[in-house]
Design a protein around this ligand. Sequence first.
Ligand SMILES: C=C1C[C@]23C[C@@]1(O)CC[C@H]2[C@@]12CC[C@H](O)[C@@](C)(C(=O)O1)[C@H]2[C@@H]3C(=O)O
Ligand SMILES: O=C(O)CCC(=O)C(=O)O
Ligand SMILES: [Fe+2]
Length: 364
Amino acid sequence: MVAITAPGSIEQIPLILRPKTNAVEPAAIPTVDLSAPGAAAAVVDACRTVGFFRATNHGVPARLAEKLEAGAMAFFALPGQDKLDMSGAARPLGYGSKSIGRNGDVGWLEYLLLSVSSNSVAASSLPPTLRMALEEYTAAVREVGGRVLELVAEGLGLVDRDVLRRMVIGSEGSDEMLRVNHYPPCPVLAPGDCGVTGFGEHTDPQIISVLRSNCAAGLQIKLRDGRWAPVPPDPRCFFINVGDSLQVLTNGRCRSVKHRVVAPPEGMQSRLSFIYFCGPASSQRIAPLPEVMREGEQSLYREFTWGEYKSAAYKTRLADHRLGPFELVRASNKLPAGELAATDHCNGSAACILQQQQEVAQVY
Ligand SMILES: C=C1C[C@]23C[C@@]1(O)CC[C@H]2[C@@]12CC[C@H](O)[C@@](C)(C(=O)O1)[C@H]2[C@@H]3C(=O)O
Ligand SMILES: O=C(O)CCC(=O)C(=O)O
Ligand SMILES: [Fe+2]
């Protein structure tokens, strides 16, 4: 990784260049038609194999996202001080520029991070048109999130199809957030033809995230073989990310996906993305759902609540493996014989535990 500094007109911050170590592959992104009869199986297949998919036929009218796009672009075009005055500096909610979280991560972007509760977006001082667009969009994207959570439960064969949806949608105190990210074209030429990082590599801590962007490219996901795949932008679709919490709730069957954003180069269009994060209430227990567990299967994680996980996660850097401290090492685990041979030799390292999760995911 190389640190460089932007020229005079841009705030002097170190920019992180996308590491050149991995070849970027054409995307192998699963697509799921949310209204098709086989949607539940397709959703779970995508969550197991890639941890990410493109959702079509979601029923959200294009005009909602278009209105939000217009309102957000007008907001981001305001002078920096006005943006701060209207929404407060991100702590973590509010307006942020180039700094992500509290632990030193930087990216070539500016953003709004908002809390969403029962159809209202906590952003009272934003321009009324933007606020209305945010509320309408959030109400619609929340339905998509809820539908995907139902499909995950169905695809996993759970009798209670509402168990995941209930943790988030309409749940008292649920921790739903909406993030609006704006990546202006970066005027810095990156040596060796690699882009400047807009949003560094990370997994999302929540259950799932529902992303929609404009036509500008930049999002990449990490495939299971370690290569990065670009996600071709498509404003008509939503992109669903498996978050760390769903990985735990399914004892590793669904896997959170690493993703990052490379900022557009000079002369290209800005990237604008909206991400709805499905976080449950602080007191929600995050542990494998009993129904997903096979006889004798043990949890790969020690028990925790969303509140505990979130506060631990927010002390980490973006690229950290946040589930690490919650993973359990079992010298002699009791999973069905022969299915997880490699775990007998697990030395407790993060890599080894990840391998264990991969094997669990392959078995089911
Ligand atoms: C560096 C950080 C930013 C983040 C909090 C954290 O300490 C680690 C997790 C980050 C993340 C990634 C997904 C979402 O964009 C986010 C809002 C979240 O819940 O976890 C961000 C956090 C943030 O921007 O504050
Ligand atoms: O802006 C994007 O396209 C993705 C950003 C992201 O992953 C996030 O905000 O957590
Ligand atoms: Fe993310």
